[in-house]
Design a protein around this ligand. Structure first.
Ligand code: NDP
Ligand code: GDR
Length: 324
């Protein structure tokens, strides 16, 4: 393969770390936009053994000049925009920040590409949260959007800007409409990791109960390691397009809890406490994606089933909690 250069925003996040590893393994030179924080944000890159192989560039999605500099310094031929305020719950508490980072931040990246190198290929991290209230039997690329949170609305703005820059300026800009995907590197505030971490703590006598919100919500959960492959495949196509990436199966939070607790010989009914504190002002009750287009056009299918994913996360948390 020719030497290729990628720039990843959100490289310190779950997907950023897996994508960086995937691209390095394929021989890419990988640059990452690194937003300055007071605490260490490189632990995921370290965990995957790629911290010293990626080239970090200071920058922030809300600062266009830093994005222009990152495009100039990296000379990237592929840009993956994974950076976001990505936690749905927080988006009601910080709606303006979420809009600036997750929504306008996407426009800033598109502008930096347009200004510095319009030939660079662009991937936008769109989301099933854009479907929100629309409950077709399965959600696909043709399903209408009805977001239910400031996060979903901000992502919809980024999605349409991506489509618009493709149509207006001929950018090779693709949008992956990804359904929930998890891993041992998932942030602790998301429900799968919150559950698997709690299971490990309860099993090791470090926690007594687990407080959750709406456990009747259904999600189409896959493994992040599988999903970053789809991002890369989208940018290898001659024509840019939008794709739903999902497993095609949906499960309640309750049933996901059953899998996690049963893995260490416990019953979730004995430990889960419903706490309205974790209810959302507006909920997305069911997500179920139809990945048929991704299969037909990209040759992509989800490889990891939910039980393998969740039990693997519990195992990783058992080790982590034990070391504390
Ligand atoms: P994470 O929350 O794990 O990572 C978010 C990343 O964005 C982090 O690297 C974070 O940096 C960075 N970031 C936050 N604010 C800024 C900012 N102002 N400037 C630059 N970078 C910033 O998300 P995931 O890895 O799970 O998701 C990746 C993307 O895919 C996100 O855009 C998310 O919304 C989207 N998505 C995720 C899905 C999922 O199920 N995981 C499903 C569909 C879409 P720092 O570490 O410094 O905070
Ligand atoms: P989601 O993921 O909102 O789908 O967004 P999350 O894991 O936060 O919630 C999934 C479902 O579980 C319900 N739930 C709880 N959620 C959390 N976090 N904590 C709880 O205690 C709890 N109890 C019940 C939620 O109400 C919800 O229905 C994720 C993010 O990664 C987004 O960035 C991404 O775009 C979407 O997935 C697809």
């Amino acid at each position: 393969m020719q030497n290729k250069t990628a720039l990843i925003t959100g490289i310190t996040g779950q997907d950023g770390a897996y994508l960086a590893k995937l691209l390095l393994d394929k021989g890419y030179e990988v640059f990452g936009l690194h937003a300055r924080r007071a605490t260490d944000t490189l632990w995921r890159l370290r965990h995957l053994g790629v911290e010293s192989s990626v080239k970090l560039l200071d920058g922030d999605l809300t600062d266009l000049s830093s994005l222009i500099r990152a495009m100039e310094k990296s000379q990237a031929s592929e840009v993956y925009n994974l950076g976001a305020q990505s936690f749905v719950g927080t988006s009601w508490e910080q709606p303006i920040l979420t809009t600036q980072v997750t929504g306008v931040g996407t426009l800033n990246v598109l502008e930096a590409i347009r200004i510095v190198n319009p030939k660079a290929r662009f991937y936008q991290a769109s989301t099933s949260e854009m479907f929100g209230l629309i409950q077709e039997s399965m959600q696909s690329e043709t399903t209408p959007f009805y977001p239910r949170s400031p996060y979903g609305v901000a992502k919809l703005y980024g999605h349409w800007m991506t489509v618009n820059y493709r149509e207006s300026f001929g950018l090779h800009a693709s949008s992956g409409i990804l359904f929930n995907h998890e891993s041992p590197l998932r942030g602790i505030e998301f429900v799968t990791r919150k559950v698997t971490d709690a299971v490990a703590r309860i099993k090791q006598g470090k926690q007594k109960e687990l407080r959750l919100g709406n456990i009747d919500a259904k999600r189409d959960w896959g493994f992040a390691g599988d999903y970053v492959e789809a991002m890369w495949l989208m940018l290898q196509q001659d024509k840019a397009d939008d794709y739903v990436i999902a497993t095609g199966l949906t499960t309640t939070v309750r049933d996901m809890c059953t899998i996690a607790f049963a893995h260490v010989g416990l019953k979730h009914e004995d430990y889960v406490v419903i706490d309205p504190l974790f209810y959302r002002p507006a909920e997305v009750e069911v997500l179920l994606g139809n990945p048929a287009k991704a299969k037909a056009k990209l040759g992509w299918v989800a490889k990891t089933d939910l039980a393998t994913l969740i039990t693997g996360m519990v195992d990783a948390d058992m080790v982590r909690v034990n070391k504390e």
